[in-house]
Design a protein around this ligand. Structure first.
Ligand code: SAH
Length: 275
């Protein structure tokens, strides 16, 4: 048989769906503003009769769910897990197998942090049919509103999305600092508010100048969104001064400096200039 007789693409064998399992729709709720939902996400919410949602999903997005639908809060504020992840997966599987179509609503994009990937794996392993509706991730919302084009060609050839929450067994931040501190790269760190000072210190220790522009964008796209702009040296102090709280994103790199000309007017202005 010639090489060309072989199929060029392989699809995985379909998983045996349990006979009665209803579909789960893993929906990205975006960063908070309902206008940033995809059309498909909005349609799924307007038709939903059962929704499992996380801590980061905004009230305004939940308001799109029809009255009379069941809304189940499964939490997930770091350190205050309302339901452990395995229980969330088990609950979804049980509900789907009982024949109830459900929407699993997650902040931002389901596949960017927030464990949507693990939920999809659990559903696949259980043979429950599911669909993923992407959402606008916090990085995109923060970049747009704070005027920081993540890959502006004058400043960055790549963008890295990382978590500031991953600790090694010894309790130190477990990150590839040398890779994060590369020049001409934008670094976006999710869940990094509580570890901000050590992130900034490590990036500096691994080669980024202390005057590299750095910003925090808190509650991007929400009416009370705030931002603080400074440098790797000044940002930790500014964050304390302004009591920046989660959910907020850390953005580091030359593109942060573009905010002065490109930012939308801050809804809740905060001071700070790179330097
Ligand atoms: N799946 C989500 C991320 C979940 S991890 C997404 O794609 O956006 C949770 C982290 O996301 C928070 O700690 C924070 O760093 C960030 N985040 C989520 N919503 C945010 C918002 N509206 N503004 C700023 N950061 C946000």
């Amino acid at each position: 048989m010639s090489v060309l007789d072989e199929p060029l693409f392989f699809s995985p064998a379909p998983l045996p769906a349990s006979p009665r399992a209803a579909r789960v729709t893993l929906v990205g709720a975006g960063p908070g503003d309902p206008e940033l939902l995809t059309v498909r996400a909005e349609r799924a919410l307007r038709r939903a009769s059962l929704v499992l949602y996380d801590h980061l999903v905004s009230r305004d997005v939940l308001r799109l769910v029809p009255e009379g639908a069941d809304l189940i809060y499964v939490g997930k504020e770091s350190a205050h897990h309302t339901l452990p992840q395995e229980d969330i997966c088990a609950l979804m599987i049980r509900l789907a197998r009982s024949g109830r179509a459900l929407v699993r609503l997650k902040g931002g994009d389901p596949f960017i942090f927030g464990r949507g990937g693990e939920e999809a794996q659990a559903l696949a392993a259980a043979g429950v049919p599911f669909e993923v509706v992407p959402g606008i991730s916090a990085a995109q919302a923060a970049a747009a509103e704070a005027g920081m084009p993540l890959t502006h060609r004058d400043h960055a050839a790549s963008v890295v999305l990382a978590t500031g929450h991953r600790r090694s067994e010894a309790g130190v931040l477990d990150m590839d600092w040398a890779a994060l501190a590369r020049p001409r790269q934008t670094v976006v760190i999710y869940m990094g508010v509580s570890t901000l000072a050590s992130i900034c210190a490590q990036l500096t220790a691994h080669g980024l100048g202390a005057d590299t522009p750095a910003a925090l964008v808190e509650r991007a796209s929400q009416p009370d969104s705030r931002r603080v702009v400074g440098s790797l040296r000044t940002l930790p102090g500014l964050a304390v001064l302004h009591a920046v709280r989660s959910p907020a994103l850390l953005i580091v790199g030359g593109v942060v400096g573009l905010h002065a000309t490109l930012a939308a007017p801050a809804r809740c202005a905060l001071a700070g200039q790179p330097g």
